[in-house]
Design a protein around this ligand. Structure first.
Ligand code: MG
Length: 550
């Protein structure tokens, strides 16, 4: 039964414990702080949290440099605090997904410290070494412009080690059976503590076999199948949500007909979505949706607007990317790694109507929406901070000191204080009281999304909308149909659509008291305001109440 697959119809909320709420007043967000705010997340309608890494770490890459996989960094609390978080989340029917960062470890991890000591160390081959400097030592960097190499000499080992990311993040050798067994132990450990799954960091790099001198490393997809099998033996409904920014077609290997990862972020659609937001031209977005349409029945796309990284535009053509830069990141300091924009959604778009349209679109795309903390209140960014830190500022709870994030004299991550997006103006407390706030709008949209299971479970198609600026989607599931329409242009549009499904003489608007009636040719003429959006149930109001069983 498709309804058993909870992740196909969930709302996921991503956050960093570090920047959410500081309960103990040391200037750093912590697990207890997050636990205190579960009611907030629950009332917003969140089904699952995705937590960025909180394990012990030298924290040179925002925790993505783990030095111990079996614990909680003392900055965030203890394992006891983690179990309490899980308990409180479960009490509210919420799930918790955590980051699994096993492409590499921190160079401070005991395994690497042992590995570099001697070739005879049992940990030596847990990492990837080369006696000589490989010809491609300065190619394939994840952080171009900041990272200088992918092979670096280690004085102690007297060899070069491979690191797809920074030089303090040596790659684990995923071909080594003991490394694979250890990854399974890590998965088993956190499942036992109650997590609902893992967001797999850097999947294409986890499964590659780096070899010196090889530009196209072999990818071991059977590793994903192996992980899935183990995961499901231990916990039937646990999932893997993969970070893999790959071309359409490639994703089939990751889903592997239902034997690979369960979910993938749809980076391809995300980039074309931002192109559409920047130019009002929807054709490339439609192409991207069509190109990623075919997925196994148990698989699911995760859609997002912004995430914790830069907005990566590497898959667009140079001309397309230039247009997105021009509209959303014209200044050099807004750009990052020659491929992306390090800004939050609200300042990028710069107007509420387009922001609503973009979020409404997110909730209506074929897949599961993943929200980024703070986007529900329209938080801004701080471009004075380094690289990705621009979008990783503390959550703005109120207008009091540090935005209610912390009682500390000084916080580790500075909250935003500027005129337009500072916590004095943009915060949860103020928006909670304002019925027209973005926060209350978002909660209403989440409720609506949950009343439309067609999106997560059903079939979808693009409806011709008679305008190059309008995207119309139709979903069908168990005799019910839903149509969503989004106008990417700032100009009003009059469109004509033919729903092409039984009972579509009337379209019932789910957001306001309004309906559309077809003309004698079966066509609906719909007037959309600039950046307008519509959610229509096909048929009258009664269709809201009756859902056929299968
Ligand atoms: Mg703290």
């Amino acid at each position: 039964m498709v309804e058993d697959l909870w992740y196909k119809n969930a709302v996921i909320y991503s956050l960093d414990v570090d920047t959410f709420l500081d309960a103990n007043g040391d200037g750093i967000g912590d697990l207890e702080g997050l636990t205190r705010q579960l009611d907030y997340l629950h009332s917003l309608g969140v089904d699952a949290l995705w937590l960025a890494p909180f394990q012990p770490s030298p924290n040179k890459d925002n925790g993505y440099d783990v030095s111990d996989y079996y614990g909680v960094d003392p900055r965030f609390g203890s394992s006891g605090d983690f179990v309490e978080l899980i308990n409180q989340a479960h009490k509210r029917g919420m799930r918790v997904i955590i980051d699994l960062v096993v492409n590499h470890t921190s160079n401070q991890h005991r395994w690497f410290q042992e590995a570099r000591k001697s070739q005879d160390s049992p940990y030596h081959n847990w990492y990837v070494w080369s006696k000589d400097r490989p010809a491609n030592w300065n190619e394939g960097m994840v952080f171009p412009g900041v990272q200088k190499a992918t092979w670096t000499y280690d004085k102690q080992a007297k060899k070069y080690f491979f690191h797809r990311f920074f030089d303090f993040q040596p790659d684990l050798n995923s071909n080594h059976p003991e490394v694979r067994a250890e990854v399974r132990r890590i998965i088993g450990y956190w499942l036992q503590l109650g997590v609902a799954g893992f967001r797999l960091d850097a999947v294409p790099f986890i499964i590659e076999t780096p070899e010196s001198g090889s530009d196209k490393p072999k990818q071991n997809f059977e590793l994903l199948a192996e992980m899935r099998q183990f995961l499901q033996w231990r916990k039937g409904d646990a999932i893997m949500l993969g970070e893999a920014n790959v071309l359409p077609g490639e994703n089939r290997k990751y889903f592997a007909e239902g034997n690979g990862i369960h979910m993938m972020f749809n980076f391809f659609v995300n980039q074309h979505l931002f192109y559409a937001l920047a130019t009002a031209e929807v054709k490339p977005l439609i192409k991207a949706l069509e190109a990623t349409k075919e997925i196994p029945v148990t698989a699911q796309w995760a859609h997002f607007l912004r995430n914790h990284d830069e907005l990566d535009l590497g898959r667009l053509t140079d001309t397309q990317r230039a247009k997105v830069f021009e509209r959303f990141g014209p200044e050099k300091r807004m750009q990052l790694y020659d491929r992306g924009i390090r800004r939050r959604l609200t300042p990028m778009l710069g107007n509420r109507q387009q922001e609503e349209m973009a979020n409404s679109l997110l909730f209506s795309l074929p897949g599961t929406p993943v929200l980024r903390y703070g986007d529900e209140i329209g938080m801004g960014d701080n471009l004075d901070l380094k690289e990705r830190a621009a979008v990783r500022t503390p959550m703005q709870w109120s207008s009091s000191k540090h935005g209610g994030f912390s009682e500390a004299g000084q916080t580790v991550h500075p909250p935003i204080e500027d005129q337009e997006y500072g916590y004095q103006k943009v915060n949860v407390a103020a928006q909670r009281r304002d019925p027209n706030s973005l926060l209350n709008w978002t909660a209403r949209m989440i409720r609506l999304r949950k009343e439309c299971p067609e999106i997560g479970y059903g079939e979808w198609m693009i409806l011709p909308a008679d305008s190059p600026n309008v995207l119309a989607l139709r979903y069908d599931w168990r005799g019910n149909s839903l149509i969503t329409i989004h106008n990417f242009s700032a100009e009003a549009q009059s469109i004509r659509i033919k729903p092409g499904v039984a009972g579509s003489h009337t379209l019932c608007n789910l957001l306001v008291d309004d309906e559309s009636k077809q003309d004698s040719k079966g066509v609906h003429k719909i007037d959309l305001e600039g950046y307008g959006y519509r959610w229509y149930r096909v048929g009258g109001m009664t269709h809201l109440l009756h859902r056929t069983r299968e």
